[in-house]
Design a protein around this ligand. Structure first.
Ligand code: GAR
Length: 210
């Protein structure tokens, strides 16, 4: 992507509760990094993040765009996906977005879409993601469940640049947490989530914002 303007404009993508999205907004409010959050994109009409932002005393004016992935009758998956991403891209362009922070966004972005955010100077996409495992272990969905059910004594969370694979892009930061013998799944996941907020914060501060 050719940059004509040096400002960093971020869009957050989230599909769920949005606790990571709120954490990113908090980091921006605290001016931990020199970028502006322009909008939030979600693919789920009932995503918890929508209510969280709309009722938030400080963030309620952040534009939220709900763009569900819908496959029209007779439409192939790749065509529907391309149309969905064009819709998203138009919104991002209208906000001059040049960085994307995924925060529990559960759709895979296509290579074509990601190419729009490729930075020649550091050979990576300006798209980052948080994943709740020690990648390359447990990519994809339900990573906490997989780590817990496998009985892993040490698990962790990862921040990485996004490429067109499933949770395969270059790793920015990774941190571990220990499972306690008495942990229920909820205890285990909550410990991981606390670490997610901490690691996203650290990544946003230390990121090479090209
Ligand atoms: C988080 O645990 C995040 O790491 C995970 O979804 C959850 C979203 O929670 N993301 C993935 O699994 C991506 N592959 P949140 O909506 O409360 O931030």
């Amino acid at each position: 992507m050719i940059m004509t303007d040096q400002s960093k404009n971020i869009a957050i993508f989230a599909s769920g509760n949005g606790t990571n999205a709120i954490n990113i907004l908090d980091c921006a409010k605290e001016e931990l990094f020199n970028s502006t959050i322009k909008c939030l994109i979600t693919d789920k009409k009932d995503a918890g993040i929508i209510v969280k932002i709309n009722t938030h005393p400080v963030y309620k004016n952040i534009p939220i765009y709900t763009i569900p992935f819908v496959k029209k009758i007779g439409e192939s998956h790749p065509v529907a996906k391309a149309r969905h991403e064009v819709e998203i891209k138009e919104i991002l362009d209208s906000h001059h977005v040049n960085w994307i922070a995924l925060a529990g966004y559960m759709k895979i972005l296509s290579a074509k879409f990601l190419k729009c955010y490729f930075d020649e100077s550091f050979q990576k996409n300006r798209v980052i993601n948080i994943h709740p495992s020690l990648l390359p272990k447990y990519p994809g969905k339900d990573a906490y469940e997989q780590a817990f059910n496998s009985g892993d004594e040490v698990s962790g969370v990862t921040i990485h640049h996004v490429d067109s694979g499933i949770d395969t892009g270059p790793i920015i930061l990774q941190k571990t947490f220990k499972r306690k013998k008495e942990d229920t799944f909820e205890d285990f996941k909550n410990r991981g989530l606390s670490l997610e907020y901490q690691i996203y914060r650290e990544a946003l501060v230390s990121l090479d914002w090209k």
